[in-house]
Design a protein around this ligand. Structure first.
Ligand code: GLU
Length: 536
């Protein structure tokens, strides 16, 4: 029988497992009940729209996420205008969630970073610590960069499931400068393929300054992430085409990579770049002398196009979505749009790993172990393949040209989380792995439940429940969640488990009951609670 019909024909007592089971309710129904109750509906079993949004935001799925468009129109249809007063019934909730996989998975806690709000707490902590750092100077080679407020600081993160969090000046726009280079390379790679692109540009760190007039022993730029190599990518994609059309494609690509948000263009930066371009002209002529360019390359058009790419503006939130699209092998997490092929992204990430941080690239690969690209505007994007992407923007640069706060942020992040490419060879459990459910690393699901009960973590018990874990489950010693909660004196957890109808007198292999555990630990309140509910 379809779940919906059943709903109309059976009067369902709330949260009563046995009756639910006897009435042959589907697992889906139970799961929805668990998810619904984990958001704490009111005594009429209704949920306010504002509470619903709060719960969703905690998972990192934000209001402006394009995947929520139909959900938003559903809610606006039932809304009275006041989100605190507009109530969602269980049936409405169920309909809503069943139509939206991302919301369902978010509330079940099965997205890439399940305990997302804990993770954001750590990011915020690092933000506050690094915010104090006033070292470094803003870039001064053009007045537009010299005038930027040096204290701007933004951090944004986006996972491959589109969970997002931003802190600081994340809505201020900044120009991409060299953070445009990986995407320009991807565009060339996508159009011409690896072989052709690398007939024109190497893939080796140069070991010299980003704008050094130097080529490799084949007379080619060392890699696509320094000026000469990025000018070469521009020459490839701009060749024999109308620069205006090509630039439109570049802008559209940035828009697709950032989930449909439109990038801006800073015309004064562009004009200034053009006006102080001797070095880049010298590089281009040097490459032409060495016959590095494809036939029919127009140097002036190519350079203008290169300056335009450097002058594109985004905010940190957008740049983190772009980084997440790279982490997601070319598919934007917010739209599902495949922008680049996996091979293009793989090659781009390889280059970012070895050449993305100017003359600090080797050191960064050693200490941080993640593909990244920085720019002289103080922008930095960092990719954690298959997890997500970070954007940091803080204009003060070190002597090498990297954002001081950006690098410090990465060091602190890697100190806490096992994101370094080779952290998996150590696995000593010292660094956190946010990809795991909170207690999953300790052992399997039953153990997760028992750990959660031990620590009185009701939210995690909800989450496990929503994933179908039986709250009566016992470990090999016959110890249940109720035993552990009682033994640790977790009054609220014991209460919660009792409301959920767990067996009050389960026996462990030493014939011990939860009441005995509570008595042994001298937890008076728990003892009273258990006795009042039939504990023996
Ligand atoms: N527009 C700068 C240049 O070509 C890019 C500098 C950078 O971010 O590395 O010199």
């Amino acid at each position: 029988m379809p779940a919906k019909e059943k709903l109309n024909t059976i009067a369902l007592p709330k949260q009563d497992h046995e009756i639910l089971a006897a009435s042959n309710i589907t697992e889906e129904y139970l799961e929805m009940q668990y998810i619904f109750s984990s958001i704490h509906p009111n005594s009429n079993n209704e949920l306010s729209v504002s509470r619903f949004w709060k719960a969703l935001t905690r998972t990192g799925i934000l209001h402006d996420d394009p995947r929520l468009n139909s959900l938003k129109s559903y809610l606006s249809n039932i809304s009275s205008g006041d989100e605190d007063q507009t109530m969602i019934t269980f049936e409405q909730f169920r309909e809503l969630i069943n139509q939206n996989a991302i919301v369902r998975n978010a509330l079940k806690g099965t997205l890439s970073i399940p305990a997302f709000s804990d993770f954001c707490g750590d990011i915020e902590e690092i933000y506050l610590e690094t915010k104090k750092n006033k070292d470094g100077e803003v870039a001064t080679y053009i007045p537009q960069l010299a005038r930027v407020n040096p204290d701007y600081y933004a951090i944004s993160v986006c996972t491959i499931d589109g969970q997002r969090f931003s802190i600081g000046d994340s809505e201020e726009r900044f120009c991409l400068q060299s953070t445009s280079k990986p995407i320009t390379y991807c565009l060339a790679h996508e159009e011409f393929g690896e072989e052709y692109v690398h007939l024109h540009v190497g893939r080796e760190p140069s070991g010299q300054k980003f704008n050094e007039i130097t080529l490799n022993n084949k007379g080619l730029p060392h890699n696509p992430l320094i000026n000469a190599g990025a000018i070469m990518s521009c020459a490839l994609i701009n060749n024999k085409k109308d620069t205006a059309d090509v630039f439109e494609k570049v802008m559209d690509t940035w828009k697709r990579l950032s989930g449909g948000k439109k990038p801006g263009f800073n015309n004064s930066v562009y004009q200034s770049e053009r006006g102080t371009a001797d070095r880049n002209f010298a590089l281009a002529y040097f490459m032409r002398e060495n016959k590095g360019f494809p036939e029919h390359t127009n140097i002036v058009d190519t350079l203008e196009f290169y300056f335009q790419c450097c002058s594109i503006e985004v905010d940190a939130d957008m740049l983190s979505i772009v980084a997440a699209s790279l982490a997601n092998m070319g598919i934007c997490p917010l739209t599902g749009d495949r922008v680049f092929s996996p091979k293009t992204v793989q090659n781009c990430l390889s280059l970012m790993s070895s050449c993305g941080m100017y003359d600090y690239s080797g050191e960064f690969a050693f200490t941080i172990g993640l593909p990244a690209k920085s720019g002289v505007s103080g922008a930095l994007m960092v990719v954690i393949p298959n997890v997500g992407g970070f954007a940091v923007w803080a204009p003060r640069l070190d002597k090498i040209g990297n954002s001081v706060k950006g690098v410090e942020f990465c060091k602190k992040l890697i100190g806490k989380y096992n994101f370094h490419k080779y952290d998996n060879v150590i696995n000593d459990g010292i660094k956190k792995d946010p990809r795991l459910k909170k207690y999953e690393s300790k052992t399997n699901n039953i153990m997760s439940l028992i750990w959660a009960a031990t620590y009185g973590d009701i939210e995690e018990i909800h989450r496990l429940e929503a994933n179908g874990i039986d709250l009566n489950a016992a470990d090999y010693d016959g110890r249940t969640a109720l035993h552990l909660a009682a033994a640790e004196g977790r009054v609220e957890t014991v209460e919660y488990l009792l409301v959920k109808g767990v067996n009050i007198n389960p026996m462990d292999r030493w014939s011990g009951t939860p009441l005995m555990d509570a008595q042994r630990g001298n937890h008076k309140q728990v003892v009273e609670l258990l006795i009042a509910n039939g504990g023996k």
